[in-house]
Design a protein around this ligand. Structure first.
Ligand SMILES: *Cc1c(COP(=O)(O)O)cnc(C)c1O
Length: 405
């Protein structure tokens, strides 16, 4: 028997990862060991305010009591059946998620990328079965600077060379147009178009909020031209922007919604394609599936997430505190911040490149006890848990002011 391992320091743990862990990430040098609410604690017991919230997977904060309780209760009863059998948690999850989003049907999956892949398959099937596109010809129009996940099909229509290079050949059938450009979209759509797939706000691109009228324009165009509007709300959805869905800001109802991240409450991966019956109804037994999709633990946590959102309290908080976030960032314009885009508790902040890269700013914020993530160049992204207090938010803005000063 080997002696029990001595607890290792953050530095030792970071060094230990190097030879054994694939280098597909470049994390900030913080090793988190515990978390609660908006706060995480590293191995040495230092506390940090989490202003990233797992890229919105932690919209309800770390270990929200209602979500942890739902998970514990389910762990003690039933965790997995596979879809070979029914489980007693799935009906309620699907009913309540459909109700929350104003849709008819739910296809449960696990990760965001799987929801996107599933949405692509459903859109193509709809194009052949309902629209009458000749077999093998269906196309999907997507936006430049998109982020929809990391599978080979999805990175194939990415415009980020780092995400694409070295991973081809790619799946054909995608047309890329500039984001926020209705004329380009109009020109790209034709009789073979199954769907337009976009993020209502582009998260990874730097929280790019399109012009007012763009999403309504996409809705009008897709309806008029007879193709589906698929909205990837994996990061923008479930309260982040001050509404349940980001498309609600323009009163738009897409044909298909892709949900993920916060749907799993920061506990388990839960994603879903949610759509009207005419669309999701095209799938027949055997045509699509997932061993873990819709498992009882995921359904129990997902139902508890929907229950939190049904109260409207988190959406309201995001809207209210979003005003504070916007005011705080406005004050920093010309004082290290060159511009920002924000909606609800979500912001992409462009920092004066003379003051450092986004990475350097993130490292300085880390030393001030605030965790964020850079996106491109000198942009940092703020996406705190929706449970954050006004005081905590002010202290994060104060830390930003300090590291830019
Ligand atoms: C994160 C994200 C995805 C991919 O989700 P994973 O769970 O990482 O596969 C897809 N679309 C958007 C908009 C995202 O932000």
């Amino acid at each position: 028997m080997t002696a029990p391992a001595r607890p290792r320091t953050s530095e030792q743990l970071i060094r230990a990862e190097e030879p054994v862990l694939a280098h597909n990430y470049h994390p900030l040098p913080v090793v988190v060991a515990r978390a609660e609410g908006s706060w995480v604690e590293d191995v040495e017991g230092n506390r940090y305010l989490d202003m990233l919230a797992g890229y919105s997977a932690l919209n309800f904060g770390h270990r929200h009591p209602a979500l942890v309780e739902a998970a514990h209760r389910q762990l003690d009863r039933l965790t997995l059946t596979s879809r070979a059998f029914h489980n007693d948690r799935l009906a309620e999850f699907a009913e309540r998620l459909a109700e929350l989003t104003g849709m008819d049907m739910v296809l449960p999956m696990n990760t965001g990328a799987e929801a996107v892949e599933s949405g692509i398959k459903v859109a193509r099937k709809w194009a052949y079965d309902v629209k009458g596109v000749p077999e093998g010809r269906a196309t999907i129009v997507v936006a430049a600077e998109n982020f929809h996940g990391r599978t080979t099909t999805i990175v194939g229509f990415s415009t980020d060379e780092t995400a694409r290079a070295g991973f081809g050949p790619f799946t054909p059938g995608f047309t890329v147009v500039p984001y926020n450009d209705l004329a380009a979209l109009e020109a790209a759509v034709d009789d073979t178009t199954a769907a337009v797939l976009i993020e209502p706000i582009q998260g990874e691109a730097g929280v790019i909020v399109p012009d007012d009228g763009y999403l309504a324009g996409v809705r009008e165009l897709t309806r008029r031209r007879g193709c589906l509007f698929v909205a990837d709300e994996i990061q923008s959805g479930l309260g982040r922007t001050g509404r349940t869905l980001a498309v609600e800001h323009e009163g738009v109802v897409p044909d298909v919604l892709l949900l993920g991240k916060a749907l799993g409450g920061g506990i388990v991966p839960v994603s879903a394609v949610v759509a009207r019956r005419e669309v999701l109804g095209v799938l027949r037994p055997g045509e699509h599936g997932s061993t873990f999709g819709g498992n009882p633990l995921a359904a129990a946590v997902g139902t508890a997430v929907v229950e939190l959102l049904e109260t409207g309290a988190f959406q309201r908080r995001a809207a209210e505190l979003g005003v504070l976030l916007r005011e705080g960032l406005t004050e920093l314009i010309g004082r290290g911040v060159t511009g920002f885009r924000a909606r609800g508790l979500w912001a992409g902040v462009d920092v004066d490149p003379a003051l450092g890269t986004g990475r350097e700013i993130s490292e300085r914020l880390m030393r001030e006890g605030v965790l964020v993530k850079d996106t491109h160049g000198s942009t940092i992204r703020l996406a705190p848990p929706l449970t954050i207090t006004a005081e905590e938010l002010r202290s994060a803005l104060g830390a930003l002011e300090k590291v830019l000063g």
